[in-house]
Design a binder for this molecule. Structure first.
Ligand SMILES: [Zn+2]
Length: 313
């Protein structure tokens, strides 16, 4: 049994784990991300790896990172939420741990984890859409992770959905993630609650005021039948459906996987996404419909995928 370590470096947490070749996590470690200091991030990753490697015979390390990773899987060119600019993370970590290291975009790592061990099993053409604060993407075509020429492919959240729309952290306007992510869900809900507080009675009891409404309030209020929350879920579902139909026009996958934090409330919107997708798909009625499934590995998908990509390096 070959063991590798997967590391998922997010904006607030660094999750690491020893993973076997069936995608099982044998031991985990969780650390805080020193987000404003690239040197410290590399050291924290190396510390976590060293600690785990002392107790297990591991052969390589895969690091999933929330940023634009170059085609050699070594350098993080840029990260919207961390202080990385042209950061040679692979070199730094491999020098500190004396093991082979590969660096992957975190959404690519998640998609790979789901493809190999989760909701993507058994399908060779998979598009994974990670719906959280923003939208991340990962594409598997013919059983291969598609990275693009420069490693920057599958940034699905930044396809323009609305000309001159809401400004995005990437510098453009109207990006899909500004309409179909968890942040958009919250924005929509607050707008609805403000326009008609009687449509948000349960939610306002939970949150106190419109400004204090959080993601978990939206989900709970939707389950209690608050129209403000249910309509916001419908709006997000519509934008997701449109985006998936557009992706199918380009990629024609056999399966979409919806993951990320918002997928925890998938029962509130995934049927609407399936419906809307079928209504918007080009050539509908004359082609098979891709399945739309909910991710299965939860928050572990990134580290499991990164560990597997390190094994297959
Ligand atoms: Zn954008």
């Amino acid at each position: 049994m070959a063991l590798t370590i997967g590391v998922d470096v997010g904006g607030t947490k660094i999750a690491s784990g020893v993973v076997d070749d069936d995608g099982r996590v044998i031991e985990r470690s969780l650390r805080h991300t020193p987000a404003d200091n690239p040197e410290k991030v590399a050291e924290t990753v190396a510390d976590a790896v060293t600690e785990l490697a002392a107790r297990h015979q591991v052969e390589a390390v895969g690091v999933g990172a929330a940023g634009f990773v170059d085609e050699t899987r070594s350098i993080i060119r840029f990260a919207p939420n961390l202080a990385w600019r042209e950061e040679p993370l692979r070199k730094k970590v491999s020098e500190l741990v004396s093991l082979p290291v590969v660096v992957e975009n975190d959404a690519n790592a998640m998609a790979w984890g789901e493809y190999r061990f989760g909701a993507g099993r058994g399908e060779s053409h998979v598009v994974c859409v990670t719906v959280g604060t923003g939208i991340g993407g990962g594409i598997v075509l013919g059983g291969e992770l598609y990275r693009g020429r420069w490693g920057m492919g599958a940034e699905l959240g930044h396809v323009q959905a609305v000309p001159d729309g809401r400004p995005c952290g990437c510098g453009n306007r109207g990006c899909w993630e500004k309409y179909a992510s968890g942040s958009a869900l919250l924005l929509e809900t607050r707008k609805n609650a403000e326009a008609d507080p009687s449509s948000a009675t349960h939610m306002l009891r939970l949150a106190g005021s419109v400004d204090e409404i959080k993601g978990e309030h939206v989900t709970e209020a939707a389950r209690h039948g608050d129209a403000a929350a249910l309509e916001a879920f419908d709006a997000i579902a519509g934008w997701l459906a449109q985006g998936l139909a557009d992706l199918a026009a380009i990629l024609d996958p056999g399966r979409f996987i919806i993951g990320g934090g918002v997928s925890g409330a998938a029962d509130l919107f995934v049927d609407k996404v399936r419906e809307g997708y079928a209504e918007r798909l080009t050539g509908r009625g004359h082609r098979p419909l891709a399945e739309i499934r909910v991710a299965e590995l939860g928050p572990s998908a990134g580290l499991v995928g990164a560990a597997d990509l390190a094994r297959l390096r």
